[in-house]
Design a protein around this ligand. Sequence first.
Ligand SMILES: [Zn+2]
Length: 62
Amino acid sequence: MAQAVSKSSISKNSRTSSATQKFFCSCGGEVKVKTLFEKGKAKNIAECQKCKRVERRPSDFK
Ligand SMILES: [Zn+2]
């Protein structure tokens, strides 16, 4: 019975980590967050898939 308990806790965890928020540009395109590597540093940018507008954060598209 202990097996069933651990299984459910694993699926709960994976659901939490895969819950990604969606953002949309003012043009209606979907905004995707990308990770760029610049001078050895990881940098996140948000890009609209439709008009290719780039902002630092997905929330900047509002
Ligand atoms: Zn756009």
